[in-house]
Every structure is written in C-alpha cells, then in structure tokens.
Design a protein around this ligand. Sequence first.
Ligand code: DOR
Ligand code: ZN
Length: 352
Amino acid sequence: MTETSRPAPDSLTIRRPDDWHLHFRDGATMRAVVPHTARQFARAIVMPNLSPPVTTTAMAADYRERIRAAVPAGLDFTPLMTAYLTDDTDPEDLARGFADGVLTAAKLYPAGATTNSASGVTDIRRLDAVLERMAAIGMPLCIHGEVTEAEVDIFDREAVFIDRVLAPLVARLPELKVIFEHITTEQAVDFVDAAAPQVAATITPQHLHINRNAILVGGIRPHMFCLPVAKRERHRLALRRAATSASVKYFLGTDSAPHHRHDKESACGCAGIFNAPFALESYLAVFDAEDALDRFEGFASLNGPRFYGLPVNEERVTLQRVATLVPDEVDGGDAAIVPFHAGETLGWRLVG
Ligand code: DOR
Ligand code: ZN
C-alpha cells in the first residue's frame, strides 16, 4: 500500500435505493419476482408492457393492487405505476391518473421495439396532444429509445433514435421531463450530458458489466440478451463513466426483465435480463471497481427522486464486502428463471 492509498471500506451504508425502471409481469411470475425487488428497493417504476398492456389509469390502479398483494409481510415497498402510451391514449385519463397519484409517469414504446410493444406508438407526432399535456402538468415521460425501421442495424437503433426522434422531441417540448431509459451508447451519454436538466437517463447493471461479446463469443448466450442490446466496449466504458460521474442526470434503473429459462433458451429467445435478486450487489461491483463507492448513494438513492420530484427515502441500508454466490436459477412462479451473474461470485451483499 502506498502512503496515499486508503484501505477499501468493508461496508457501505446509504439511503435505501429505488429502482427507476423495472418489469414485474403478472400472475405467478409477478408473485415470484416482487419479493426480490421489495427486499432491495423502497420504490420502483413499474413498466406497463403486460399482455394486454396497461394503457389506462384504471388498469394501472388494478395492477398496483396485484403488486401490493405480492409484497411479503414486513417489507415496505411502493410500486410507482406507468401508463403504456398508444396512438389512442386519452390525455384526460393520463392527467387524471397523474393528479390522483395512480400514475407516476407514462411510457413510450415505439411500436415493435421490444417485448410486448406491438401496441406501442407508430409515430411520435400522433402523441403531440398527449405530450403537450404531460409537459404542462409536469408528468415525466419514460422512453424506450430505439427506432424500429428494418433497415437500421440493431446496434445503431439507439443512436439513430436520438437524431430522428429524441433530439427533435426535446427541441419541440423543452419543458417535458424525459427519462432516456436503459441507455447503452456513448452517443446517449453525450446527448444527456449536453441536454437541459429536464433530460435524464437510467443505466442498467448489465450495460455496465457486459459488452456485445458476452452475447456471442463461444456460442449464443441468451441470458445476456436484452434490448437495447449491449454494444461495443467503448460504449460500456462511457456508461461506467456516466454512472460514476456524480452527474445528477444518471440514476439506477435495473430493467430487470424476468423471462422463464425455456423462453430464453429457445430458437427465438426473449429479450430481457433478470437482475432483481442481486441488483445492488451488481451495481456496487462496478462502483467499487471504478473507485467510486462515495458516488453510489447519489446514483442509487438521490438522483432519481430528485428528478421525479419525490422525497428521498429516510431509511438506510448496508452493503457488506462479503463473497456472494449467485444461484444458477431462481423460482419464477411457473418455471425457473436464470438470474444475471448466475454461477458468479459477487463481492458485496445487502445485509439490511
Ligand atoms: O430486454 C428487454 N426486455 N428490453 C425491454 O425493453 C423490455 C424487456 C421485457 O419486457 O422483457
Ligand atoms: Zn424495460
């Protein structure tokens, strides 16, 4: 050890974090996965891409009840609901749901971009009235930022979305609060860095850990496949710099997306990585490697509520530097799910 180096801390206590982007599904799968998130997080922004999608305030209120019923006794967890935007979304219903506290945000899926996005938006200009209303009432817009045109290479779809859709949108409605979700490219980091404070981004653990080689080297690895797909190494490094930069524009959003093992290990495997069981441990491994443990609380617990205009959590949690083996699979209700980092040992553990 040199004179100036400090010993690495063995534990970290921070305000209880929130997950600002998450998939719970419904039914038996939801009941199996909710406890993992409720154990780790105080709140989560719940994605509405069920089948059929959660498109109205009434549907979101019903879904919220089903989630609440799945939270284990003794855990304090608040689901924050989103409405799935379609070409026919009613701005009145959205505004009422936001005013009543049922809806926290609305979600834009370009039609066909990802899992259960077939009813998504075919052309963002069809949403002009909805987005103007959201901007006026301060309702945040969560965006899956990928174009869907067949001629655009899948690794370019996020960068092209910035040029064709996101930059014009932000220019048209500068007061609209936009969360550019699960960003995967240095172009996205550059865009968010340069944008007004109304534009923020979430970053997943997988996009901080893996580049596209993880999906294809040595064979096709379906459990490393999600959308937006992981990109080249230089993009991963840009995301790590952004997450650990202390910029308040970046915050935690796992995009944990449970799919049963047989739906992933298939001729047409589903997109999505289930990282909920060890999400904090996974993120912390990155902040530790980047020598940025002191920046973890901002990313995990402060920047999200600040952006959404919600109070920060008062409760504290502690993570300890303890070897933690991630199991090969976990219960997924009707069938097993393979978690992110399956079979690996992570260096931290949430102890309470
Ligand atoms: O990989 C993904 N899975 N990306 C998404 O945008 C959706 C998600 C899912 O719902 O499975
Ligand atoms: Zn998602």
